[in-house]
Design a protein around this ligand. Structure first.
Ligand code: P6F
Length: 363
């Protein structure tokens, strides 16, 4: 049976700043999607990362399905209503348009979807980030799908040996979607040359070359391109199928434990390490350090097992302690050098405006 997994994420308001959604908002969003389980949907799971609410939906209607997207829109709208009633901060922040127009793409929420023939056992994971950029998963996914130093399956399993196909998006294109398709390992250096620039290029999907099966899909929405101004970071979500013909769940651990520096955090304008955290963690009051959480599920005829939290076992406490040190070290540098993003990536315009005024004082 062909199953579609749709992950849709939006920041629709939070408590005491950009921290986490209130319980009432989450409950409203969940109530709206749950009503459709057994009708439009096969299953649904709702969680949050920082102040972003994530909907994981399974169904049989394919990607970009208008009814499924409209349901998510309705859930986020009704959640926004509750957020407004409660006076939450940034209520409806990521809903950039007033009306639903057939598809959530371009309306603000992050969207990652894939359709596939369900395997007899279909393990998969959902990754969701907060306070960062669409390219934040570039390095971990490159390492796990293309680098045998991290991905032992590339050496040890004949299923993975032919490698993976990367579809990479140019995030700077505002008029139309622009992609390049590159095969690993042959085009490894070209893939690296693009993915090193996580502000400009982002992995959109990854495919098994041996089987032509979709392995991973990442959201690539840039809110700034839609709104024409800063309205919050474009923290990505991803769906990744695992095991057998794909990397194993545990092979994702070491690449995420690297916690690479990514853009985001306070005012979306700095570099800090991407910290792996448990699902439903509030945004960090330490300068909004970028965060990623992961839930893995098994799928049976489109129904989800209970989730396992990928960054909850004891190893991750030790990893987090190191990431905190790395983050604190960078923050000691304040506004200086790579601690703050380059001018063209700054999400607030204050410095640019000030520099223009200062120009007049030069002689
Ligand atoms: O990154 C942030 C919010 O990100 P988010 O919208 O949650 O993706 C915060 O650091 C804010 O930029 C900061 O709190 C200032 O917010 P405003 O006062 O401009 O709303």
């Amino acid at each position: 049976m062909k199953i579609t997994l749709s992950v849709l994420k939006a920041d629709i308001g939070s408590v005491g700043g950009h921290t986490l959604p209130s319980r009432r908002v989450l409950a409203k969003v969940e109530e709206v999607v749950r009503e459709e389980v057994g009708r439009l949907l096969l299953d649904a799971h709702v969680f949050h990362i920082g102040d972003d609410i994530v909907l994981l939906l399974s169904h049989t209607h394919g990607i970009r399905n208008a009814s499924v997207h409209e349901l998510a829109w309705k859930a986020f709208r009704e959640g926004t209503q509750v957020a407004k009633e409660e006076g939450l901060y940034g209520a409806g922040q990521d809903l950039l348009k007033d009306a639903f127009s057939g598809n959530l793409h371009g309306l603000g929420p992050q969207v990652a979807e894939m359709e596939f023939e369900e395997r007899p056992a279909e393990p998969f994971m959902v990754l969701a980030a907060d306070k960062t950029e669409p390219g934040a998963f570039n390095l971990p996914l490159y390492l796990v799908f293309a680098d045998p130093m991290y991905s032992s399956g590339l050496l040890l399993s004949s299923e993975l040996r032919p490698g993976f196909r990367f579809r990479i998006m140019d995030l700077a294109q505002t008029e139309r979607d622009s992609y390049i398709v590159l095969d690993a390992p042959e085009r490894l250096y070209d893939i690296a040359a693009l993915l090193r620039d996580s502000h400009r290029f982002g992995i959109e999907s990854i495919w098994s070359r041996r089987y032509g099966e979709i392995a991973a899909v990442v959201s690539t929405t840039r809110l700034r391109n839609i709104a024409g101004r800063y309205v919050g970071k474009d923290d990505p979500v991803a769906i990744i199928r695992t095991q057998k013909i794909f990397p194993a769940t545990e092979e994702f651990g070491p690449p995420f434990a690297l916690a690479p520096f990514v853009a985001g955090d306070t005012r979306g304008s700095h570099h800090l390490p991407l910290m792996p955290v448990k699902a439903n963690t509030p945004a960090s009051t330490f300068f909004c350090v970028p965060m990623v959480c992961g839930l893995a599920f098994s799928l049976k005829e489109g129904r989800f097992s209970e989730p396992v939290d990928l960054f909850a076992d004891p190893v991750w406490d030790a990893v987090r302690a190191k990431v905190v040190e790395k983050a604190q070290e960078m923050r000691r540098q304040g506004f200086y050098g790579p601690a703050m993003l380059p001018m063209e990536e700054l999400e607030y315009t204050g410095i640019a405006e000030r520099l223009k005024e200062l120009e007049r004082e030069f002689s």
